[in-house]
Design a protein around this ligand. Structure first.
Ligand SMILES: Cc1cc2nc3c(=O)[nH]c(=O)nc-3n(C[C@H](O)[C@H](O)[C@H](O)COP(=O)(O)OP(=O)(O)OC[C@H]3O[C@@H](n4cnc5c(N)ncnc54)[C@H](O)[C@@H]3O)c2cc1C
Ligand SMILES: *[C@@H]1O[C@H](CO)[C@@H](O)[C@H](O)[C@H]1NC(C)=O
Ligand SMILES: *[C@@H]1O[C@H](CO)[C@@H](O)[C@H](O)[C@H]1NC(C)=O
Ligand SMILES: *[C@@H]1O[C@H](CO)[C@@H](O)[C@H](O)[C@H]1NC(C)=O
Length: 604
C-alpha cells in the first residue's frame, strides 16, 4: 500500500469509531461521583452578591485555573469564576466511551463550545469547570527537559508540581492489543528506542499516562479543587467575565482592581481586589485559555489599539502582541480498517520521532468492547447506523479540504456511510501531530460579547518546514501499517478489503479503497487537504510578548495570565500535563512572593 493510497484510505475522524463503540455507562455512577465531589464552596453565579472582595480573582476554571486557584487558596481568599457548569453527573464528560459525544453536542449548555477557525477547520473549546481536561483524549505526558529549560522555569519546582498533579489524577493505562501492536509497529518502523511506560518526553516509543482510570472514568482538573482550602475558596459557575476593571495609574501603569461578570440570567456582578489592588499583592489572574485570555484582555482595553477602536473599546494599554502568535498543531490521520474486532482505546502510546512528528493512535469498533454482551453490541450497531456518528455531526471530517467541510457535505457523507458495511468501521486511526508548529496566526475580536467566539486564524502549514514534518510522519505511519507487528489489524491485501466492504464502498467519501491505483498525490498535498485539529492550540499571550517571565501582563499592574495562551510551542507531545503543572507551579510561586514580601514588611 503506497503512502498516497493510504492517504486516500484515510481520515475519518477519531470520533467515528469511538462513537460507534458507545457503551452506556450508567448515570448512577456519574451522580455518585457528583455527590462525592459536591464541594460546598461551589455555587451558581445567580446566587453571587452584587459586590464582593478577594485577594485573588482567577478567571477561568479550566485546566490551569483549577490547580492555580486550589493552590492559592492554601493561604489567601480566592474567587474562581467559570462560565460553564459542573463536570460531574454528565456521562459525556465522565466516560471515555462518550469522548465524541461532548464534541458533537452544540447546545448552549454543552461542555464544548464549537468554533470554526478562519482556516475552515472545525474545532472546540471547553465551557465547563475543569476546562479542556473534561473534553480531551486523556493522554498525559510531561514536557521535555529542554522545553523546561527554554521556558526559564525552576526545574525542581516543575518536577514537584508535575508530581502533585500526577498524584491527583494520572493513571497507567491498561493497554489493549491494538495499542500494543501500534507500540511494536512504531519500533519496527524505526521510532526507537522502546521507553516502556514513562511520563517523560524522550525520543522513541513509549506508553504514557492517562486521566482515565481503568474503568474508563475521567478524572479532571476540577478534582484539584478537593485540595483547596474549603473556606478560602469560592467558585461561581455560569459566571462569564466580561471585562477586567482598570484604574488609571497616574504616572505609573494602569492597575487592575477587579472584574465584572454576568450570571446565566443576565445579572451583573462586580468583584474587587481587597485593598484596591495595585500593591503587587492582590491580583486578577486570567486562565481563560488560548481563546478566552487574549479575548478578555482585548475586551478590557489591553490589545492592539486599532482593533480595540474598531469595536469602540477604550484603550487602557496599546499592546500589539495580544492575540498574536496563536497556533494549532495540525493533526493528520489514517484510518486502518481491521479484519478482526478492535477494543476501544483513546491515546496511550506515542512515537516521538527525531524529525518532529509525534505518532499516536485511537481504536475502537462496535464489536469487541469489554463489559457488554451481544445485545449491547447489536444496540451499538443500530446506533451506528441510526443516529450515526458524532463525527459527521461535529463536522470533523478530514477527507475533504477544510473549506469544503460544509454541513451539506457532511450530510452527504452521513448518507453514504449509512450504507456502508459495518465492518468498515472496525479498526483504528493512526494519527500524527507535528512539533511546534512554526506556522502561526492570530485572534481578533468579532464582537464585544464575551460569550461569542473571537475570530481565530491558525494558518496551518504556512511554514514549509511544518509540511515536511507532516510528510515524513505520514511515511512513518505507512511503515507502521506495513510492519509485521501490526499485521493482525490490517487486511493483507486490497482485494480482500475490497471484497469485505464492497457494499456502498464505491461511494464512500472517506475512500477506504485505493480507487485510483495510479494516484500520486504527494504527501504534502495530503497533509494540507486532510488537516484536522488535535485541539492543542496555544499562544496569543506569549511570554516575552504579552506577559513577562513571571506571567505578569506587561504595561499594566495587578494582572497575570496563566494558561496555554502563554506557550510559544506546544509542550511535550500533548500539553495538558504542562498546563496543569503551570497552574500549580505559578500558584506556588505567587504564594512564595507574597510570603516573602510580607515577611520583609513585617521586619520593618
Ligand atoms: C477534544 C480535545 C482533546 C484533547 N486531547 C488531549 C490529550 O489527549 N492530551 C493532552 O495533553 N491534551 C489534550 N488536549 C489539550 C488540552 O486539554 C488543552 O491544551 C488544555 O485543556 C488547555 O487548558 P487551558 O487551561 O489553557 O484552557 P481551558 O482548559 O480551556 O480553560 C479555560 C477555561 O476558561 C473558561 N472561560 C473562558 N472564557 C471565560 C470567561 N469570559 N469567563 C469565565 N470563564 C471563561 C472556559 O470555560 C474554560 O473552562 C485536548 C483538548 C481537546 C479540546
Ligand atoms: C451528550 O451528547 C449527546 C450527543 O452530542 C447529546 O445529545 C446529549 O444531550 C449529551 N448528554 C448530556 C447529558 O449532556
Ligand atoms: C526533574 O525530573 C526529570 C525527570 O525525572 C529529571 O531528569 C531531572 O533531573 C529533574 N530535575 C530536577 C532539578 O530535579
Ligand atoms: C487477497 O485477497 C483475496 C480476497 O480475499 C484473496 O483471494 C487473495 O488470495 C489475496 N491475495 C494475497 C496475495 O494475499
Amino acid at each position: 500500500m503506497s503512502a498516497a493510497h493510504m492517504g486516500r484510505a484515510a481520515a475519518l475522524i477519531l470520533a467515528t469509531l469511538l462513537a460507534s463503540s458507545c457503551v452506556s455507562v450508567s448515570v448512577t455512577v456519574a451522580s455518585k461521583e457528583a455527590r462525592r465531589y459536591n464541594f460546598r464552596f461551589v455555587r451558581h453565579a445567580r446566587d453571587a452578591p452584587a459586590v464582593s472582595y478577594y485577594n485573588y480573582i482567577v478567571v477561568g476554571g479550566g485546566t490551569a485555573g483549577c490547580p492555580l486557584a486550589a493552590t492559592l487558596s492554601e493561604h489567601s481568599r480566592v474567587l474562581l469564576l467559570e462560565r460553564g457548569g459542573l463536570p460531574y453527573g454528565n456521562r459525556n464528560v465522565s466516560s471515555e466511551y462518550h469522548f465524541a459525544d461532548a464534541l458533537a453536542d452544540t447546545s448552549p449548555l454543552s461542555p464544548a463550545q464549537r468554533f470554526v477557525s478562519e482556516d475552515g477547520v472545525v474545532n472546540a473549546r471547553a465551557r465547563v469547570l475543569g476546562g479542556g481536561s473534561c473534553l480531551n483524549a486523556g493522554f498525559y505526558t510531561r514536557a521535555s527537559a529542554g522545553y523546561v529549560r527554554a521556558a526559564g522555569w525552576d526545574a525542581r519546582l516543575v518536577n514537584a508540581s508535575y508530581r502533585w498533579v500526577e498524584r491527583a489524577l494520572v493513571f497507567r493505562p491498561g493497554v489493549p492489543r491494538w495499542q500494543r501492536a501500534l507500540h511494536a509497529g512504531l519500533l519496527e518502523a524505526g521510532v526507537t528506542p522502546d521507553n516502556g511506560y514513562t511520563l517523560e518526553h524522550l525520543p522513541g516509543t513509549k506508553i504514557g499516562g492517562t486521566i482515565f482510570d481503568r474503568r474508563g472514568r475521567r478524572h479532571t482538573a476540577a478534582d484539584f479543587l478537593r485540595r483547596a482550602h474549603p473556606r478560602r475558596l469560592t467558585v461561581f459557575l455560569h459566571a462569564t467575565v466580561s471585562r477586567v476593571l482598570f484604574r488609571p495609574g497616574g504616572k505609573k501603569k494602569p492597575v487592575a482592581y477587579g472584574v465584572v461578570f454576568t450570571d446565566s440570567v443576565g445579572g451583573e456582578h462586580h468583584v474587587y481586589l481587597r485593598g484596591g489592588g495595585g500593591g503587587g499583592k492582590n491580583e486578577v489572574i486570567l486562565a481563560a485559555g488560548t481563546l478566552g485570555s487574549p479575548q478578555l484582555l482585548m475586551l478590557s482595553g489591553v490589545g492592539p489599539r486599532v482593533q480595540l477602536e474598531r469595536h469602540g473599546i477604550r484603550t487602557v494599554h496599546d499592546h500589539p502582541g495580544v492575540g498574536q502568535g496563536v497556533a494549532d498543531n495540525p493533526m493528520n490521520s489514517v484510518f486502518v480498517p481491521s479484519p478482526v474486532p478492535v477494543a476501544l482505546s483513546l491515546v496511550q502510546v506515542v512515537g516521538v520521532t527525531r524529525f518532529g512528528s509525534f505518532i499516536e493512535g485511537v481504536s475502537g469498533s462496535q464489536f469487541g468492547i469489554p463489559l457488554h454482551g451481544r445485545a449491547a453490541a447489536s444496540h451499538a450497531v443500530a446506533r451506528n447506523f441510526g443516529m450515526f456518528s458524532p463525527m459527521v455531526r461535529s463536522r470533523q471530517l478530514g477527507t475533504v479540504p477544510p473549506r469544503e467541510r460544509t454541513p451539506e457535505a457532511m450530510r452527504r457523507a452521513a448518507e453514504v456511510m449509512r450504507r456502508l458495511d459495518p465492518r468498515a468501521f472496525r479498526g483504528g486511526f493512526i494519527l500524527e501531530k507535528i512539533l511546534g508548529p512554526l506556522s502561526t496566526g492570530h485572534i481578533e475580536l468579532r464582537s464585544t460579547d464575551a460569550r461569542a467566539n473571537p475570530a481565530v486564524t491558525f494558518n496551518y502549514f504556512r511554514d514549509p518546514r511544518d509540511v515536511e514534518r507532516c510528510a515524513r510522519g505520514i511515511q512513518a505511519m505507512e511503515r507502521v501499517v506495513r510492519s509485521p507487528a501490526f499485521a493482525r489489524f490490517t487486511y493483507a491485501n486490497h482485494s480482500a478489503m475490497d471484497a469485505a466492504f464492497r457494499r456502498g464502498a464505491a461511494h464512500f467519501p472517506v475512500n477506504l479503497l485505493p480507487r485510483h491505483p495510479g494516484d500520486t498525490r504527494p504527501l504534502q498535498q495530503y497533509c494540507r487537504e486532510t488537516v484536522m485539529t488535535i485541539w492543542h492550540y496555544h499562544g496569543g499571550c506569549h511570554v516575552g510578548g504579552v506577559v513577562d517571565q513571571d506571567y505578569r501582563v506587561m504595561g499594566v499592574r495587578g494582572l497575570r495570565v496563566v494558561d496555554s495562551s502563554t506557550f510559544k510551542y506546544s509542550p511535550g507531545t500533548n500539553p495538558q500535563a504542562t498546563v496543569m503543572m503551570l497552574g500549580r507551579y505559578m500558584g506556588l510561586r505567587i504564594l512564595r512572593e507574597r510570603w516573602i514580601r510580607k515577611g520583609a514588611e513585617d521586619k520593618h
